[in-house]
Design a protein around this ligand. Structure first.
Ligand code: SF4
Length: 326
């Protein structure tokens, strides 16, 4: 199996005329201005210096994150993509991926992206419930997501559909339905972000007026756990759960409220394993509980701060997690 490296290149809000209720790109990326092409080159070079060169078992992607890449003027998109092309031609980087809005995709844009080795296009779908999209003021419809997803796949790209849980008007059922639609749209990848209240956003105003209540951490775990299982069962690869723990979130400078936790993924997987362990142990009436777990899952099975082990130890005198090689 290949090891994947992603070189992140942040293109903040300058390309985006929208103001989704939850978003303040400046606070999320902590960067106000877009990088110049020279800065992009230097970011790529710095990352490449940390990755073993010429290794066929390593796949390296340059990823344009942050704003809506295909909302930039075509000439600017071209300028950025042309900066990456020499790295691809010299085989130092394997492909390009980018994130954008569902309504910023058309055939002309896809033709340009194809020419410049873009492999994966991620769309910020956020929700596939019309009411949630409207309340969030996303400025696009469910149909936009469907149309763009089909066009992306027809043109041979890989498709990523990102979703959020706990937006205004969302519910556990609606978020599950969004995930089901992401599966039926044949996305290869997804990212799941619990909604956070960030400073200087419309959601912050709604929160202080009492018009929006964020999910608690326990609710967010409870909503996300079934999504994780659904995506895994349908081979939709989950690239990320929860926003990257930036300094502003950790020291609460930019975070007002919401279910933020630096180990959010671990908490979700602890919950999934808790359910599995409860089922596996329900008919075990002996003193000892032994479970074999693949190496990659062992920490999640034992649980965040040994939560699952402690739960089992209340019922069994001896609890043994046997680690299997993957
Ligand atoms: S479209 Fe993206 S960048 Fe623009 S406001 Fe919404 S979330 Fe922020």
């Amino acid at each position: 199996m290949k090891t994947h490296y992603t070189i992140p290149i942040f293109i903040p809000e300058s390309a985006c005329p929208f103001r989704c209720t939850y978003c303040n790109q400046y606070n999320i990326t902590q960067k106000a201005t877009s990088p110049t092409p020279d800065e992009v080159v230097s970011v790529i070079q710095q990352y490449l210096a940390t990755i073993p060169p010429n290794n066929p078992d390593i796949e390296i992607k340059a990823a344009f994150f942050g704003g809506s890449f295909t909302g930039l003027p075509i000439s600017e998109q071209q300028r950025y993509l042309e900066v990456v092309s020499p790295f691809i031609e010299s085989r130092q980087v394997d492909s390009v991926q980018l994130s954008t809005r569902p309504d910023y995709i058309n055939q002309e844009i896809l033709d340009l992206l194809k020419l410049h080795h873009v492999k994966l296009i991620e769309l910020g779908a956020q929700s596939l419930d019309p009411q949630v999209l409207q309340l969030t003021r996303r400025g696009h419809t469910v149909e936009d997501v469907e149309k763009s997803s089909h066009l992306i796949l027809q043109n041979g790209f890989e498709l990523g559909l990102q979703m959020m849980v706990g937006l205004l008007g969302d519910s556990k059922e609606k978020s599950f339905e969004t995930a089901q639609k992401i599966v039926s749209l044949k996305a290869h990848y997804t990212r799941i972000y619990p909604t956070l209240v960030i400073k200087d956003t419309d959601l912050e105003t709604a929160y202080f007026k009492g018009e929006y209540t964020p999910l608690t951490l326990d609710q967010a775990i409870d909503w996300v756990a079934p999504l994780f299982t659904l995506f895994e069962n349908h081979q939709v690869q989950i690239l990320r759960i929860g926003l990257h723990p930036s300094e502003g979130f950790i020291n609460r400078d930019t975070l007002v409220a919401g279910p933020f936790h630096v180990s959010f993924k671990e908490l979700v997987l602890t919950e999934i394993w808790k359910e599995k362990l409860l089922k596996l142990s329900e008919n075990n009436h002996s003193d000892t509980f032994i479970i074999e777990v693949p190496k990659s899952e062992i920490n999640y099975a034992i649980g965040y701060q040994s939560k699952n082990r402690k739960m089992l130890e209340q019922r069994f005198q001896k609890v043994i997690f046997k680690q299997l090689s993957n």
